[in-house]
Write a protein that binds this ligand. Structure first.
Ligand SMILES: [Zn+2]
Length: 408
């Protein structure tokens, strides 16, 4: 049997098994007694409800990843990628256009497969637990907007990447690296200025105590805020969050309307302080640098596998191509990708503690952040007792009880 096929199939199976085991451990790890920190926050009924929410979501996610795995294995073993490739080649387009159509078709097939699950998740599961605020109309319009964005941004970047690899020879990966690095730097400002407003309305936070407190705090810790906005997160879900954007001198803070509705000004300030902490401790720049380094490594590895005959044989392909190389390499790379994501999650959890600590030091005490975190967790029916394996594999944030205990 083909060595690459063995690596790819085993990696897919291992990843599925690990996630299934970790989900199952989470469910087994549920405690009937409420941790004392959450007394007065989680009512008995709501706590039971949060556990039911975890169980339903775990079952759902195991089922969807099982079906995805099954479909991918069938496609691999019947030589499905080759059928698609032969069909595309029959039109006689250039390799670049073939590549765009190839990924376009794969995306469409994947989207057709996943949409029923996503609809079920939003309109049945989230609805049942009272989170869903999305109307079928919003859902449809969101989808159309995402397609348009993908076509413009994804299509643009993909064309550039494919044509560089087609035409620039041995060192194409270095040029692609520069392109993707530049893209990762402009993506956030692009997101803030153009993409996010396509999906949500941002209105300046009204004048008053909250605005004054945030402005005063930002000045105190020397953080240049250009805008403080309220985002209509309630358009889609009752879950709450806050986020920041902008680099350099133009920072923006966006608070979900659902967050403001549930928290006191002091708690909101503590949450904002945590987010500012990420900037102050250099986590944003660190994240961009790590991602650029990892991208460079991946592109270099990819350059070694372009038009690798054995890799194409694993997928029963009749013709070589750059786009095929890209597709099959991404599957071959997935075990390494999983390892890197575990490392990234570890760094991210460490950063969360640092940002919490920044908030604690600069708001006087950790008390407000603690009660803010508790309310957020309860509002989102968060799991208080995730299994360490799940935390290790998938958590970008530490379990909330760990954060609370560290803040104390
Ligand atoms: Zn954070």
């Amino acid at each position: 049997m083909n060595i690459y096929l063995i690596i790819i199939v085993s990696a897919l199976l291992v990843e599925f098994l690990l996630n299934t085991i970790s989900g199952w451990m989470d469910v087994k790890n549920l405690k009937t007694s409420l941790p004392s920190e959450f007394e007065g926050f989680y009512s008995r009924k709501k706590y039971v409800n949060s556990q039911e929410y975890l169980k339903v979501n775990t079952r759902f996610s195991i089922m969807t990843s099982f079906i995805n795995l099954l479909v991918l294995l069938v496609v691999i073993f019947i030589g499905g990628f080759n059928f698609v490739d032969i069909y595309i080649r029959s039109f006689g387009f250039s390799p670049l256009v073939n590549g765009l159509i190839f990924f376009g078709i794969l995306f469409l097939l994947q989207d057709i497969l996943s949409t029923p699950f996503s609809v079920y998740h939003t309109f049945v599961i989230e609805e049942r637990f009272g989170f869903n605020k999305t109307t079928p109309n919003t859902y449809l319009v969101d989808k159309l907007k995402s397609y348009a964005l993908l076509l413009i941004l994804g299509g643009g970047v993909l064309s550039l990447v494919l044509s560089l690899f087609e035409n620039m020879g041995e060192y194409a990966w270095l040029l692609v690296w520069v392109v993707l690095a530049a893209f990762s730097v402009i993506l956030q400002p692009l997101f803030t200025a153009f993409i996010a407003p396509l999906f949500n309305r941002f209105t300046p936070l009204e004048k008053g105590d909250l605005r004054n407190e945030i402005t005063r705090f930002a000045k105190k810790v020397d953080f240049p805020v250009e805008r403080i906005d309220v985002m209509d997160g309630s358009l889609r879900s009752s879950k709450a969050n806050a986020y920041f954007s902008g680099i350099g001198k133009k920072k923006r803070i966006a608070l979900y309307d659902t967050l403001i509705a549930e928290h006191s000004n002091k708690e909101l300030l503590a949450i904002v302080a945590h987010e500012i902490g990420h900037y102050k401790k250099g986590h944003i720049i660190q994240g961009i640098i790590i991602s650029i380094i990892q991208t460079g490594f991946m592109l270099f590895m990819f350059s070694l596998f372009i038009n690798n005959v054995k890799l194409f044989q694993a997928f029963q392909m009749e013709s070589l191509s750059v786009y095929g190389s890209l597709m099959f390499f991404s599957l071959l790379y997935s075990p390494l990708q999983m390892g890197l994501s575990i490392v990234n999650n570890y760094i991210s959890r460490k950063n969360e503690f640092e940002a919490d600590n920044f908030a604690r030091e600069n708001t006087g005490s950790g008390k407000e952040l603690i009660s803010g975190l508790k309310k957020l967790t309860v509002n989102n029916l968060g799991n208080l007792t995730p299994h360490p394996l799940t935390v290790f594999l998938n958590f970008s944030h530490p379990p909330v009880l760990e954060r609370i205990r560290t803040l104390k």
